[in-house]
Design a protein around this ligand. Structure first.
Ligand code: ATP
Ligand code: MG
Length: 214
């Protein structure tokens, strides 16, 4: 049996065509089913539906053989025990520093100000500000980062941006690029040895089919 860990939403949707290229068709839609283990058209392949940030943990411990996880999530997890053979080039976005419109971030940095930065991505943020020589106090949040500067919890946020619509709706502007993000295939290292043929066929099919549909 090959177990593949996916999260609901954009990762599931953007992985469906890659699964199809490997001859794998989920028997149910996770948006409509409450099941956490989904069978597929192949008796030897099943999907497990987990939180986006839990995908690396399932694969690291071998509870799933393969998974699809954002590079943002992988950097926070650290990647121990995971083989990362493929950038699938799906769920593309950018990790950015954003501040309330009117706040002069670059001037504050130039003045050597100590900034309070709210984020779910503390590891990536710590690395970024250390590299830039910016003094920060990081505040860990689990979601709705855009709210933090609006209610005085933070001066800035580090968050994922794609269209910028959520930032604009909350009067925030992106002021600095942290890193480009897309989702990657992760593989349990022991499983790759034990189930080599089955997993390699899926890896090859994903490699041939990856990339933006547009
Ligand atoms: P959870 O809902 O469990 O807190 P999440 O909000 O990170 O997790 P998703 O929104 O499905 O879950 O995001 C999954 C992955 O998709 C992220 O880790 C990131 O790599 C990518 N992603 C997040 N937001 C966007 C976006 N706006 N556009 C494109 N890709 C995104
Ligand atoms: Mg989300």
């Amino acid at each position: 049996m090959i177990t593949i860990a996916l999260s609901k939403g954009r990762i599931f949707e953007e992985t469906v065509p890659l699964l199809a290229a490997a001859g794998i068709v989920p028997s149910e839609d996770p948006e409509r089913s409450r099941k956490l283990i989904l069978s597929t058209n192949r008796a030897d392949v099943r999907l497990v539906i987990v939180r986006a940030s839990d995908v690396p943990t399932y694969v690291q411990h071998g509870a799933a053989d393969l998974g699809v996880a954002g590079y943002d999530v992988l950097l926070e997890h650290g990647g121990a025990g995971l083989y990362q053979p493929l950038d699938l080039e799906i769920a593309r976005c950018r990790l950015m520093v954003a501040v309330p419109r009117g706040f002069d971030y670059h001037d504050a940095v130039k003045q050597g100000a100590r900034l309070r930065v709210a984020t779910k991505y503390v590891e990536s943020a710590r690395e970024h500000f250390a590299r830039k020589g910016v003094h920060v106090d990081l505040i860990k949040l689990y979601g709705s980062m855009e709210l933090a500067p609006l209610v005085g919890l933070a001066d800035a946020i580090v968050d994922l941006v794609s269209s910028g619509g959520t930032l604009a709706a909350n009067d925030l502007v992106a002021v600095e690029h942290v890193l480009d993000v897309s989702s990657r295939l992760v593989v349990n290292q022991a499983a790759l040895k034990l189930k080599c043929a089955g997993l390699q066929a899926i890896l090859d099919a994903f490699a041939g089919a990856r990339g933006p549909a547009a």
